[in-house]
Every structure is written in C-alpha cells, then in structure tokens.
Design a protein around this ligand. Structure first.
Ligand code: 4AD
Ligand code: MG
Length: 431
C-alpha cells in the first residue's frame, strides 16, 4: 500500500520514471481513442492518459465507465508535456477503479445554500483544500511560537457553569438535569492554570449564540487563548504582535501555492511586521466621527465601524483602553483613569477588523467583587474565580484569537464560513 507517490512529487519527478498514484478523478475527457483524466489527491492535480493497448480492455472499460470523483489507482511512466497542467503527464500502463462515483451533484455555479447542504462533498474543492492547509499552518505556527517561548499547552473544559463573556450569547445544555453552558472562552480556566504553569495556552471550540448571520460570526469557532502570570498589558501586546508577525510571515513562506490558488494579494501580508500601530478607544471614536459616523464616547461599535477604522492602517493595529461599561468585569481598571479598562483588541487591515480580544485581568479581590456586582452577576457563581485573588494573586494578562478570523484574513476570504470545514450559525447545523 505504501509505494504510492503523491501528485506534488510526481510533478517534480524526472521524466521516464515509473510511478504509482492514487486519488480521485477530478476531470475526464476523451480525445480520439485516449482517455485523459486529471487525478486529484491531497497535494494537487496531474494529467493521466489511458490507451486501451497499454492498459488492457478491462481496465480501459472500467475507466470509461468511471465518472468524476471516482477513486482510482494508476501506475505509469512520467512524461514531459507542456500542455498538461503542471507540465507533466502520466502515461498509464495499469490501473483500476477503487470506488465508482454517482453523478457528482456539484458541477459549478451552484448557490451558497446548496453548497452548504453539500459541504461534505464541497470540501473536496481546490479552494477549500487550500484554505484548510493555510489554517493548518496557522495553528502549527501558533503552537510553534508559544511552545518555543516557554508556554504550556493545556486542555480546559467545554461544559462550564459560568459565563465569561456575558449571558446574552450562552448556549444552555441539559447536564443530567442541571443547566450548564457551552464555553464561550477558556479564559477563567487558563487563569487558574497560570498559578501552576505561569504561561499557558489552549485551542478549544468556543460557542456564541449569535442571533444574526454575519460574514464574521460563527456560533461554534476555534479559539486560541493565552494567559500569563507576571505579565502586564503592555508586555502581552508585544508578545501578541511578535507572534502574529511570525504566523503571517510563516504562512507566506510555507503556503505560497495555496495563497496563489486563492488569489490572495500577498503584498499586504508581507508588510505585517511588529511593532503594530496603536490607538486608544478615544482616538478610534474620533476617527469614526471624522468619517461621518454618529457615535459618541462610551458607545460600543461593530464590524462596519471597524472596517472604517482599518482604512487608516496598512498593518494590523491595536485599539486600547475601552470604557469599563462596554467590556467584561474581569478587565483591570486603568490606574490613571478608572473610566477605562486595560483591554486591547487587535484589528486586521483590509476591512477585516477584530481578530483578537485581550486584557490585563483585575487581580484585586475587592475591586473584582464590586465589578461582578456592578455588571449584575452573582458572586457565588464566580467563587473559584474570586478565590484566585485570595491565594497569592499576581498581575496577569491574556487574550483570545479567533482561528477562523485570522484564517479569513490571511487567506483573504469574503466570509468566515469558508474558514471552517463545517460552519455552524443560526439555522445551520448540517452536515
Ligand atoms: O473578544 P472575545 O469575546 O474575548 C474573549 O472571549 C476573551 N475571554 C478571550 C481571552 O482573553 N482569553 O473573543 C476573542 C476572539 C475575538 O477577537 C474573535 O477573533 C473571536 O474570538 N470570536 C469569534 N470568532 C468567530 N465567531 C464568533 N462568533 C466570535 N466571537 C469571538
Ligand atoms: Mg472582542
């Protein structure tokens, strides 16, 4: 089973060499008495030619019957052919159909809902293949960066008993008759773990009951979250920008081909080098007002306003020090101005907007207790979170990065649904 090559290696192999390949028929056409197929595997496409005299009647007939997306094995000789995609062609000497395909429902030009219903088949497309590879590389590079910098990967739970990001977007689950929630963020558990491991991160699904379908919201997404003891907001922002530079530059290096397939403008990605620009929330409001947005200090803003802000920057940029009333209770109040918190968002350029939300955490027991009450929560639900401030509290900070958000930006996607194999949003839980 193992002496099969991959298409990408075949395309760089020397002419005349014998090679075995397996994959799926992406396209098939007849020219005279020859059958041409474009064989697809996980790595790419190669043209294969079959002639009855070479492969025998039985094999030839079976390939004749095989429709698009049938799975096949072929053995043949590599030929230079400038007309073939990739410049190489496999002259088949033997082959067999492994699994016949019925008439494949995706033929091109179908609408979004049809493609979502057939997501299990659409995932074979060149575009989604490229996005999934880019996402894989982003996750790998995030892990690389943080592990090499001394952070521990940890595994927090998904079923939780308390809200991190407020009650409005919680999914409730029946847990042996008791109500629990699907996690919105691993943050509070990571805050527990820093008292043992100091610098931690996790990659988990997070859930948000988002009411509306937008181009950047999922109800289930993958969340990369970091948390570090002995780290203030300023220091964490430096780690953040260095790691984002590392990821983007790494994708440019390792996923050139996929970025090309997606027609991503890589010039804007090349510019992604730390340090990133920083503006305060107050400055962001001023920029918005200058651009004709009617918004005043103290109000929250969303995707449309963020898109306007991104016009002023070529790089990802930080927005910092938000009003305390629009941010969660756990964010530390600024020492110099108690109306604002030591929180930051990282916004991606080119209209993409928020990809990261982070902050320094409130580490004082009394202030945290009053902030929990101020926002109308029951301190009893947060006894264990409050305990962390009773037993050797330390200054600490952390952030959450939406993995589909960064994938969407780096891959240059129109819509977040294409950054995840099986998107979940309102009215969509299949396949
Ligand atoms: O800004 P958020 O809500 O922050 C938190 O959850 C913090 N507790 C994280 C932390 O400090 N550990 O979410 C963090 C990021 C956002 O910046 C965004 O990238 C992503 O999670 N995100 C979503 N991605 C897709 N669909 C959604 N509905 C998302 N909501 C948030
Ligand atoms: Mg946020």
């Amino acid at each position: 089973m193992s002496n099969y090559a991959k298409v990408e290696n075949a395309l760089t192999g020397s002419p005349g060499s014998s090679i075995k390949l397996r994959g799926w028929i992406h396209r098939k056409f007849h020219v005279g008495k020859k059958i041409f197929i474009w064989l697809r595997d996980s790595t790419g496409y190669i043209q294969c030619v079959l002639e009855e005299e070479k492969v025998g009647k039985e094999a030839f007939d079976s390939f004749e019957r095989a429709r698009r997306e049938s799975s096949v094995e072929v053995e043949g000789v590599l030929k230079e052919d400038s007309r073939a995609p990739g410049g190489k062609e496999l002259e088949v000497v033997s082959g067999r159909v492994v699994g016949y395909s019925e008439d494949f429902p995706i033929k091109g030009g179908e609408g979004v809902e049809f493609l979502l219903d057939n997501r299990h088949l659409w995932l074979r497309s060149t575009q989604l293949n490229a996005v999934m590879k880019i996402k894989h590389t982003i996750i790998k590079l995030l892990r690389d960066y943080y592990i090499n910098d001394g952070w521990y990967e940890t595994t927090p739970p998904i079923l939780t008993s308390s809200a991190v990001e407020g009650g409005a977007t919680l999914f409730k689950v029946d847990y042996f008759g008791e109500p629990v929630f699907l996690s919105q963020s691993a943050q509070f558990y990571l805050e527990v773990l820093i008292f043992s491991l100091e610098k931690v991160f996790s990659i988990t699904p997070s859930f948000r009951a988002e009411r509306s379908r937008t181009r950047r919201h999922l109800s289930e997404y993958y969340h990369f979250e970091v948390e570090a003891a002995w780290m203030d907001m300023e220091e964490l922002m430096k780690v953040t920008e260095r790691s984002i530079e590392y990821v983007v530059q790494g994708v440019l290096e390792e996923r050139q081909r996929e970025l090309e397939i997606l027609k991503r403008n890589v010039e804007s990605l090349r510019k992604v080098k730390a340090p990133f620009p920083r503006i305060t929330y107050t400055e962001a409001i001023e920029i918005l007002q200058r651009n004709g947005v009617s918004i005043s200090w103290g109000e929250d803003y969303g995707a449309d306003e963020e898109a306007i802000l991104t016009r002023s920057f070529e790089l990802p940029f930080f927005v910092t020090f938000f009003p305390r009333s629009i941010k969660p209770f756990y964010m530390k109040l600024s020492e110099s101005d108690e109306r604002v918190v030591k929180g930051f968002d990282l916004l991606a350029p080119e209209g993409y907007g928020e990809i990261i939300g982070g902050s320094q955490r409130e580490d004082n027991y009394d202030i945290l207790l009053s902030r929990i009450q101020e926002q109308g929560y029951d301190p009893k639900d947060y006894y264990w979170y409050l305990d962390l401030r009773r037993f050797g509290s330390v200054p600490h900070s952390g952030y959450g990065l939406g993995i589909e958000r960064i994938t969407m930006w780096v891959a240059g996607l129109e819509h977040i649904r294409d950054a995840i194999p099986f998107p979940r949003f309102r009215d969509r839980t299949k396949p």
